[in-house]
Design a protein around this ligand. Structure first.
Ligand code: FMN
Length: 199
């Protein structure tokens, strides 16, 4: 019998810290499950002049994600700020670099989920979440959301959806994640961790 840990990769892009805050809650939820290790990874900003504008290793925060990090994960949570109702370009750029993994079927059968943050309540969280699922479906990943047995989904007055955790940056709260948003994100982390062990 092997004791090898299963890995949940929490891959996110965040400029102001809101999506990162959700990523940390997902990680906390997953760490409740024995046998799981969590890798928090981000992606670099992209530059309009096609020159690399960021150092190869970030000065602070989580490391940049490598294709190996993705290829070797047992579950994935993918997070992006909402940008015009869609994911942010740096994350899409990273995903567009995964063609070899797609060709090899490397991610087929791996459970995956998505999360987002936005500055307006009806500013496109759900369209962002649903569109973030599309490349993961092309990769053959098994998409999961958050079931309504997580009661915070019914109670939340800010973010948190059955399509995936989310945060609404209300003017009063800013990047501060509400209790319901936290709970939903932690539930997703725990759910992905359990799926990684079962599958
Ligand atoms: C270019 C751009 C586009 C944005 N588009 C939207 C949008 O469509 N809807 C929305 O509610 N917020 C939008 N926002 C606001 C961000 O989604 C919001 O501030 C988010 O919480 C930032 O996440 P972060 O703190 O992880 O960077 C946009 C921000 C930028 C810079």
């Amino acid at each position: 019998m092997t004791n090898k840990l299963k890995t949940l990769l929490v891959l996110y892009y965040s400029v102001g810290g809101s999506t990162k805050g959700l990523a940390n809650c997902i990680a906390r939820g997953a760490r409740k499950v024995d046998g799981i290790e969590v890798k928090l990874r981000t992606v670099a900003k992209i530059s309009p002049d096609t020159q690399a504008s960021e150092p190869v290793i970030p000065h602070d925060g989580d490391p940049y994600c490598s294709l190996d990090d993705l290829a070797n994960c047992n579950a994935l949570a993918l997070g992006s700020p909402t940008r015009f109702g869609n994911m942010a370009a740096p994350l899409k750029y990273f995903i567009d670099g995964t063609a070899n993994l797609w060709a090899n079927g490397s991610l087929e059968g791996i459970p995956a989920a998505v999360f987002t943050s936005s500055s307006s309540l009806h500013g496109g969280q759900e369209s962002t979440l649903l569109s973030m699922m599309l490349p993961l479906l092309h990769h053959g990943m098994l998409i999961t959301g958050v079931p309504y047995s997580e009661h915070a989904i019914r109670k939340t007055l800010s973010g948190g959806t059955p399509y995936g955790p989310s945060h609404y940056e209300s003017h009063s709260a800013g990047a501060e994640i509400s209790e319901e948003e936290k709970s939903i994100a932690m539930t997703l982390g725990e759910r992905l961790a359990n799926l990684a062990l079962k599958l």
